[in-house]
Design a binder for this molecule. Structure first.
Ligand SMILES: [Zn+2]
Ligand SMILES: [Zn+2]
Ligand SMILES: [Zn+2]
Ligand SMILES: [Zn+2]
Length: 153
């Protein structure tokens, strides 16, 4: 007899929001606020994997006109890691050289000693993440150090 109608109660003040995804008004009881816009729960999806970002409860990222879940954001725009030479992060979009689990800027991929650029296919040596061309192999230098020195009179 008590005609309560819970679905009719508008808890939102200040008008109905429109969805940042489909542009329709959001009449649902749940709406998402993300990236300075309101969204239907079903509309805030990752542009890559279509996961519903409201559901996974993870942070979402907007980049290049796409909305991305964290995983895809890192995949697309994250970094490949820090360059083993200059220690700066390399964006995942940048082409990198990878050697023995370390990454290098193309520009940093050169011999530590003579600074000659090393290209794939070159013979080079990696010592503690640092690169050496074949003639600057520090192990060879070490051998030279151990070699008997010329006595200077
Ligand atoms: Zn929508
Ligand atoms: Zn995704
Ligand atoms: Zn570098
Ligand atoms: Zn060299």
């Amino acid at each position: 007899m008590n005609n309560t109608n819970p679905n009719n109660s508008r808890c939102l003040q200040g008008g109905i929001r429109s969805c940042g995804g489909c542009g329709e008004k959001i009449l649902d009881r749940f709406l998402l606020l993300a990236l300075d816009q309101y969204w239907h729960v079903n509309c805030l999806k990752c542009s890559c994997c279509n996961v519903r970002l409201g559901e996974v409860g993870s942070s979402c990222y907007a980049k290049g006109g796409m909305i991305l879940c964290k995983n895809d954001y890192v995949k697309l725009y994250g970094s490949s890691g820090a360059c083993a030479v200059c220690a700066k992060l390399i964006p995942a979009t940048e082409f990198v050289m990878k050697v023995l689990g370390k990454v290098y800027h193309i520009d940093c991929f050169n011999c530590t000693t003579c600074h000659n650029p090393l290209v794939a296919g070159d013979r080079f040596h990696v010592v503690n993440g640092r690169l050496f061309c074949e003639s600057d192999d520090p192990r060879l230098l070490k051998q030279q150090l151990h070699a008997p020195k010329q006595t200077v009179c």
